[in-house]
Design a protein around this ligand. Structure first.
Ligand code: CA
Length: 242
């Protein structure tokens, strides 16, 4: 078992924040959840599962998002992610889509709940449809559906990010080839990027959904890089104001 080794807060404070601009990469597909199979998987699960719920270090927030516009009245959206498998003989790269929900009382504070490979939405409104640990296969390696119209009125904001698991050592987007994320409203592409602007980061916020006037959901493009472990990322990913 390879233990997870968080870096000291002092090192985190010195690490740069990388901002980026969305870029275009084509990708397609969706699939079924592997969450159940994952829990029954190898002993390698053990250190990895500990990374999400453990807020062991002080957060370091990212910078401003690259806002380019709004789309109003969203009902159901999908976030897809893909990346290339590691070359033969090298450790797998495991990227994860994670969503964090925020209430109207604390829209930039701590998330009310998280959705990722090991945690489901309590009301079933946000679902990880496909999960990958190595980027192998065709089309999207991970996919998440967000049924925004079903979220309770108490929720005012949903932030979606991508984190790279660090249990094989520090891994950044720049070390993962072929990575790209896309936000879709049906067949309409709301945003896409290839993480080129956050190459030195280990996690990034890639999209925000906020309630606008009249309670409708709006999309806010974002690409904010973080140099933190996954668990810390989930605690801090919603604190920056786009
Ligand atoms: Ca994954």
């Amino acid at each position: 078992m390879i233990p997870y080794a968080p870096r000291a807060p002092a090192q985190l404070a010195l690490a740069p924040v990388h901002l980026g601009v969305a870029r275009t990469v084509r990708l397609t597909g969706s699939g079924e959840s592997r969450a159940a199979r994952r829990r029954a998987d190898s002993p390698r699960e053990t250190p990895r599962e500990r990374q999400w719920p453990r807020p062991w270090a002080r957060p370091r927030e990212g910078g401003d998002s690259s806002v380019s516009g709004f789309t109003k009245g969203l009902e159901k959206v999908q976030v897809t992610l893909k990346w290339d498998p590691s070359p033969s003989g090298e450790p797998d790269n495991d990227l994860d889509i994670v969503a964090a929900t925020y209430t109207a009382d604390d829209p930039y504070g701590s998330p009310d709940y998280l959705v990722h490979f090991d945690n489901r939405a309590p009301d079933g409104t946000i679902t990880l449809d496909r999960d990958s640990r190595n980027g192998q296969g065709f089309g999207a390696d991970e996919a998440m559906t967000l049924e925004l119209y079903r979220l309770a009125d108490t929720y005012a904001r949903v932030v979606v990010g991508v984190a790279i698991q660090q249990d094989e050592g520090r891994r950044t987007f720049g070390q993962v080839t072929g990575s790209s994320v896309k936000v879709l409203d049906g067949i309409t592409e709301l945003a896409e990027n290839d993480f080129a602007g956050v190459g030195e980061s280990t996690a990034a916020v890639v999209a925000e959904f906020v309630r606008g006037e009249g309670g409708v959901w709006e999309f806010q493009p974002a690409l904010r890089g973080y140099d933190v472990a996954p668990a810390e990322f989930t605690e801090t990913m919603g604190r920056a104001r786009g």
